[in-house]
Design a protein around this ligand. Structure first.
Ligand code: ARG
Length: 460
């Protein structure tokens, strides 16, 4: 017999039972569901909707069920639909009549909203810890490479020299913003919807704030219709997760490129790469590829839930049962990705010489040569033109700007003097870019310190 069976004359079709049941996946919320029920029961006791005996029996029963689920001895029942009714059914089986009173002044609609908020809050806290480790990993590697010269790119064409440290710090900025976004999402989700009932609250004088405080919420939702039908908090999380994955994916794309023979900037540790079943020479950066690939499923989760929500009239609709799987999948994907990326980066071999060689080729010092002329009074547009002609000349001879003789330089402009070679050395090109936010080693060391401080300020 269904918990809601009173007004039905026929049993649910087997096909429908299987189709609409969510216990297969929402059993993941058992802990949150039981914590919510305990808080609800305690509050019902405090307003004497439950007597002391009933309250004690319900709480003890729920704690026992929690223990049994954790020990893996509970079999869930598909015909009890979801985690909420499974727990209630188990409770009534175990403690009898009192169990049937637990659902007073509550609906599965406010219950599921509560469970998902509690779940996401816990997961965001864990992702925060993982992000902290990940950002630390980036910062530690950055600290080692403030003078590891490498080309910076635009259009994937070598542009101006930077350092590996500076490049990594760009990612640090992205992940600090991700942390901030998650913190913000957590703040908005941390209100209790219990008391919203099915949609129109309840006639019982519930102490909503008491339940909220017991469950460590900062407050309560302010409208019962919104309380049961809002999934913004899940979308906030999926959006933050999508952006975070986009950042990981961009880095992974670079690591894949850098692992190629053509770049040869890095080599993955054997523990973080895989081989080919046919080509004996292969060492593939699969882990980075897979993180890049998994970004797609996280975007899918966000787009999926946005689409589920877009046409829903107030308040609860069963469509919203579709919110859980994308949230669970995103939680798992983000956590696993962060977990694997930290040691991958820590163990990766950085091939400084290759990076330096690439930085010296490709005329990454051409801007500095134009700046050299401009500093000596040549209008920049003219300086640009002169250096452009020099680059064309060197390209034809397959040499670098530093290989032209002073005599050759002076044929083109008498402004050139011996100090030009100093101005276009790769090290100098980077060292002199020493303003805040720049790649100069001193500026970068400063930026590392600031980022560490920012990280400390962001975690909770
Ligand atoms: N399993 C449902 C869900 O995940 C719980 C809420 C069901 N409410 C209802 N009125 N059918 O959304």
């Amino acid at each position: 017999m269904k918990l809601w069976g009173g007004r039905f004359e026929k049993a649910t079709e087997g096909l429908v039972e299987e189709f609409h049941s969510s216990i297969r996946f929402d059993q993941r919320l058992y802990q949150q569901d039981i914590a919510g029920s305990i808080a609800h029961a305690r509050m019902l006791g405090s307003i004497e909707v439950l007597d002391a005996q009933e309250t004690t029996a319900i709480i003890a029963g729920l704690e026992e069920i929690l223990g049994d689920i954790q020990r893996g001895v509970v079999e869930f029942d598909v015909s009890a639909e979801d985690i909420h009714m499974n727990v209630e059914k188990l409770l009534t089986e175990r403690i009898g009549e009192a169990g049937k009173k637990l659902h007073t002044a509550r609906s599965r609609n406010d219950q599921v909203a509560l469970d998902l908020r509690l779940f996401l809050r816990g997961e965001i806290d864990q992702i925060k810890d993982l992000l902290q480790v990940w950002i630390d990993t980036l910062l530690n590697l950055a600290a080692e490479h403030t003078e590891t010269w490498m080309p910076g790119y635009t259009h994937l064409q070598r542009a101006q020299p930077v350092t590996l440290s500076h490049h990594l710090l760009a990612y640090v900025q992205m992940f600090l913003r991700d942390l901030d976004r998650l913190k913000d999402a957590r703040k908005r989700l941390n209100v209790s919807p219990l008391g919203s009932g099915a949609l129109a609250a309840t006639t019982f004088p519930l102490r909503r704030e008491m339940v909220a405080a017991e469950l460590a919420f900062d407050g309560i939702t302010r409208n019962s219709l919104d309380g049961v039908s809002d999934r913004d908090f899940a979308l906030d999380f999926l959006a933050a997760g999508s952006i975070l994955m986009m950042h990981l994916s961009r880095l992974c794309e670079e690591l894949v490129l850098w692992s190629s023979g053509e770049f040869a900037f890095v080599e993955m540790d054997d523990g973080y790469a895989t081989g080919s079943s046919i080509m004996p020479q292969k060492k593939n950066p699969d882990v980075a590829e897979l993180v890049r690939g998994k970004t797609g499923r996280v975007y899918g989760a966000l787009l999926g839930l946005l689409t589920t929500m877009k046409g829903l009239p107030l308040a609860y609709n069963k469509d919203m049962q579709e919110d859980k799987e994308p949230v669970f999948d995103t939680v798992d994907t983000v956590k696993k990705s962060l977990l694997v990326m930290a040691p991958l980066l820590r163990t990766m071999r950085v091939r400084k010489e290759e990076m330096y060689r690439a930085a010296r080729g490709g005329f990454t010092n051409a801007t500095d040569l134009a700046d050299y002329l401009a500093a000596k009074g040549v209008p920049f547009r003219e300086a640009h033109e002169i250096v452009g002609r020099l680059v064309l000349h060197c390209t034809k001879r397959q040499i670098g700007l530093e290989e032209l003789s002073l005599a050759e330089y002076r044929e083109i402009s008498v402004v050139f003097a011996e100090d030009l070679y100093q101005a276009i050395s790769i090290e100098q090109c980077v060292r002199r870019r020493d303003i805040p936010g720049g790649p100069g080693p001193d500026a970068v060391r400063q930026a590392i310190m600031q980022s560490r401080e920012e990280l400390r300020g962001l975690v909770w």
